[in-house]
Design a protein around this ligand. Structure first.
Ligand SMILES: *Cc1c(COP(=O)(O)O)cnc(C)c1O
Length: 429
């Protein structure tokens, strides 16, 4: 399934050499594989065959329009968390009727735009949001379809910063309040309460997928209760969160088929449409970050491989203590005896690293290295910290490739600043 492999001496994305791309676009750059994106989407879609379902790709994981368009052509809907993401999805050709708008802090302006577009629905996270959306929709003379996001208070057994389904997290409505809020939604103008939603966290890899099983079971009970209370439920939105393997070759990723089996067993007989919001699962292993070694620095008892990508390009290692495999682009390097080293960037922060204390080939200046599993929460979380331009993104398809976002240049970043009159050149102090 992995679309990154060695041939003719170098690491390739599908049939394109990463060294060849580097020679044209420079380093660092993100590179995505169309076949990997499509393969993951189709595997999930197939796993849910026979159940009425819609896959709404979570745009926040990787929002490049080329990625969105690839998904859209497969029939995907989108899950967005801001009006910016909604506009991206629309401009990538996704019909508004397939877009779900989630998030705890939607503004009235964002709601109005989305209502006017006629999106598929809103996942509502609180009572004040319910009231605001009702008044916005009623003012526009429209009806907004909503699903209540419930917080099942289950432990997703993932990193604390990406766990969302515990009572102490800011997300969703406590289960016990859901019936009352569905009644409230039914009574308010401008709303049609048609679903319930949950999303318990990200990068869930529990071998038996127990957190999902627990949460889906609770959702089942709630759906039955709400139907009994006369609510015209249409769909259950199971969120995203299915994890991917970050230790390629050493770790079996959770299987979409097992996840679908759990959904089928717990929810399959309810006659409700299933909405899915996978992000990482679809894009995580479809992308790599290619970077070049600038220097190798021998510290006291520690070897630092200093590369030209940094925490501003890929923040996951320092933000989530995430492990990313680091592979040499040159196949021959793999035969060298490994040495323990840190792979670090040029940013002035101790937290600026891509890999710590890792047994890797003895890289030298000029070597290209690929940071694996960088397709999700990579480029989208990049910043220009240290006035480092955002890096290009490249999409490969078979033997073809295209730059799908060019490298920004330093001058255009600097040109965004404005000097107030009193600091303009030539002004007296
Ligand atoms: C982030 C998020 C997702 C996607 O999560 P993944 O772990 O990338 O699958 C889906 N739904 C909601 C509401 C989210 O916040």
């Amino acid at each position: 399934m992995l679309q990154f492999s060695y041939s003719a001496g170098t690491l390739h994305a599908e049939a394109v050499s990463l060294a060849a791309i580097a020679a044209e676009v420079g380093t660092p750059f993100y590179c995505y594989s169309s076949a990997a994106l499509e393969g993951q989407y189709k595997a999930l879609d197939k796993a849910f065959a026979g159940l009425d379902h819609l896959i709404c790709y979570a745009v926040k994981a990787n929002s490049n329009q080329a990625v969105l368009a690839t998904m859209a052509r497969l029939g995907a809907g989108m899950d967005v968390v801001s009006v910016g993401e909604l506009k991206r999805a629309l401009s990538a050709g996704v019909p508004a009727g397939k877009v779900i708008f989630a998030g705890v802090g939607k503004t009235r302006d964002e709601m109005a735009f989305a209502v006017a577009q006629g999106i598929l629905g809103f996942n509502v996270e609180s009572e004040p949001e319910l009231e605001a959306l009702s008044s916005v929709a009623a003012e526009l003379g429209r009806t907004a379809r909503i699903a209540l996001r419930v917080n099942p208070d289950v432990d997703a057994r993932t990193h604390a910063k990406i766990s969302t389904g515990k009572a102490e997290n800011k997300f969703g409505i406590p289960f016990s309040q859901a019936p009352r809020l569905m009644d409230r939604a039914r009574a308010l103008p401008g709303l049609s309460a048609v679903g319930i939603h949950m999303h318990i966290g990200s990068q869930i890899t529990d071998a038996r997928l127990q957190p999902f099983r627990d949460a889906f079971g609770l959702m089942r009970d709630l759906a039955i209760e709400l139907k009994g209370a006369g609510h015209a439920l249409e769909h259950l939105d199971l969120g995203g969160g299915l994890g991917v393997s970050y230790k390629l070759g050493n770790e079996a990723p959770p299987q979409p088929a097992d996840y679908a089996t759990i959904a089928r067993e717990t929810l399959g007989d309810l006659g409700l449409k299933i909405v899915l919001e996978p992000g990482r699962l679809l894009v995580g292993n479809a992308g790599v970050l290619v970077t070049a070694v600038i220097f190798v620095k021998e510290g006291e008892g520690r070897r630092f491989t200093v590369v030209d990508a940094a925490m501003n390009d890929l923040i996951r290692p320092t933000l989530y203590e995430a492990h990313h495999e680091v592979w040499p682009v040159a196949d021959a390097r793999r035969a060298d005896a490994p040495v323990v080293q840190d792979v670090v960037g040029p940013v002035c922060e101790t937290g600026d690293y891509l890999a710590l204390d890792r047994s890797l080939p003895p890289f030298g200046a000029g070597d290209l290295v690929a940071v694996m599993t960088a397709g999700a929460y990579g480029a989208v979380m990049a910043s220009t910290y240290n006035t480092r331009p955002l890096v290009p993104e490249v999409l490969v398809r078979g033997t073809d490739w295209a730059v799908v976002r060019p490298r920004l240049d330093v001058e255009s970043i600097i040109a965004l600043d404005r000097l107030p009159d009193w600091l303009a050149p030539g002004q007296a102090r």
